[in-house]
Every structure is written in structure tokens, then in C-alpha cells.
Design a protein around this ligand. Structure first.
Ligand code: ADP
Length: 231
């Protein structure tokens, strides 16, 4: 039984599409939890374990980490009662086999996928977003040297904490795009067939994109409400 009005959500889009930014907003408003496979993998790298070192060499090349590693990470999250039907997946699934595995796990843990929100952004804009991306290692804020630079007013930790991700370089970006086009994009048909897909123009202002996402979610909420009220 679904015991809340919004169930799990997949945020879909190319690297640098702004999935993380929108996910953070959804987390705050709808009391959801974000699962970013990229973040989970970077946490493993920080541990400097054998697995972490292996993952780092794959990520720095812009390749995909093996499905079995990713599937294990995701199962650990879906298994936790605290996150029941409250997850936003950011950067996952990334190929058809991961999408099918997610369906299997969602069934196994008696949950639901309420929608797939796909952010569409032109490649030239994305390259600038990625190459300009700076992350504060102290507070976690994300800035962009082209579009939204850190200033004394909007960031108080100081510029020495601003860092680039080690995979935000041109060579890795080329690979990430190629893999996105060949392996990740075909998932859209899979979700379209399940009538879960919502396409969103991701080239507008962050707040305008978010407004559209909220509308989609509110429409789903009232739909779910009616289903459970009148069943
Ligand atoms: P981006 O939005 O730039 O793709 P992420 O933080 O989502 O950044 O991912 C960074 C890297 O982590 C990817 O390029 C890939 O190497 C690895 N990765 C993240 N999620 C997955 C996944 N679901 N399957 C395989 N590899 C992944």
C-alpha cells in the first residue's frame, strides 16, 4: 500500500543537466531523500578502499561503474524503512539493465515509482555548466564560474574551498556524453512505455524549472489521492 501521496521519483538527464539542484529543492519541499549514485560512489572513493580506488579510475575516465556495484548500493537504500517510497534517484538508472533492476527491487520492497522527470538541455550549455562547476568542500554549495560565480555575498567559506570535480575535464566529458547517448538515452522509451515519463525544458531558470516540476508532482498527488480515496 502507498502510505504517502508522492512515491519514488527518477530524475533523468545528461551530466550537468541540473538534476542535483532540482533534487535538493524537492527534498526540502516534499520531505524526500536524494540518492545520487555519483555521490555514493564519491563517498566510497573517499574511504580509499580497494573498491574506492577502482571506482575512481573508472569515474575519472568518464566511464560507467559496473552494474553489480551500483545495484548493491541501490538495494541497500531501498531496504531502509526510513526511505520507504520517499526517494529521488539522481543519476540512476543509467542503462536499461539498471532500469530493469530498479523495477525488480521496487517490486521486491513493495514500493512504487511515481514518475520519471527528464531534463532536456543542449550540449553546448551543458559543457559550460560542467567546465565552470565549482563545489565548496566546506559547505557543499555548487557555483559556476560562467553562470553563477561565488561572491563574498553568496558564499562565506572563502574561495580556497572551491574545488573542481576530478572528472569535470574535457576528455571525461566527451566519454560521459557518448555513454549518455548510447546507453542512457534508450531508457526514455522504456519509461515512456510505462507512461511514467515527463519531459522538461532544463534550459530555463532554476526556479522556473522547479515550478514546472512542482506542478507535475502536485498533479500526481491529487491523482494518487483520488485513487486511494475512492478505491
Ligand atoms: P554527472 O551528472 O556529471 O554524470 P554524477 O555525479 O551523476 O555526475 O556521476 C559521476 C560519475 O559516476 C559518472 O560519470 C559515472 O562514472 C559514475 N556513475 C554515477 N552513477 C552511475 C550509475 N548509475 N552507473 C554507473 N556509473 C555511475
Amino acid at each position: 500500500m502507498v502510505d504517502r501521496s508522492v512515491a519514488n521519483i527518477v530524475l533523468f538527464g545528461p551530466p550537468g543537466a541540473g538534476k542535483g539542484t532540482q533534487a535538493d529543492k524537492l527534498v526540502n519541499e516534499f520531505k524526500l531523500f536524494k540518492v545520487s549514485t555519483g555521490d555514493l560512489l564519491r563517498e566510497e572513493i573517499k574511504k580509499k578502499s580497494a573498491l574506492g580506488n577502482k571506482i575512481k579510475s573508472i569515474i575519472d575516465k568518464g566511464m560507467l561503474v559496473q552494474d553489480n556495484i551500483i545495484n548493491d548500493l541501490i538495494e541497500k537504500v531501498l531496504d531502509k524503512k526510513k526511505y520507504f517510497n520517499s526517494l529521488i534517484f539522481d543519476g540512476y538508472p543509467r542503462n536499461l539493465s539498471q532500469a530493469k533492476n530498479l523495477d525488480k527491487l521496487i517490486k521486491k520492497y513493495k514500493q512504487k515509482l511515481s514518475c520519471v522527470l527528464s531534463l532536456k538541455v543542449d550540449t553546448d550549455i551543458i559543457v559550460k555548466r560542467i567546465l565552470g562547476r565549482l563545489i565548496c568542500s566546506k559547505c557543499g554549495s555548487i557555483f559556476n564560474s560562467f553562470f553563477s560565480p561565488a561572491t563574498k555575498e553568496n558564499h562565506h567559506c572563502g574561495s580556497k574551498f572551491l574545488q573542481r570535480r576530478s572528472d569535470d575535464n574535457e576528455e571525461s566529458i566527451k566519454n560521459r556524453f557518448q555513454i549518455y547517448n548510447t546507453e542512457t538515452l534508450p531508457i526514455l522509451d522504456y519509461y515512456e512505455n510505462q507512461k511514467l515519463l515527463h519531459e522538461i525544458d532544463g534550459m530555463r531558470d532554476i526556479s522556473i524549472i522547479y515550478k514546472e516540476i512542482r506542478q507535475i508532482i502536485h498533479a500526481l498527488e491529487s491523482w494518487l489521492y483520488n485513487v486511494y480515496l475512492y478505491k
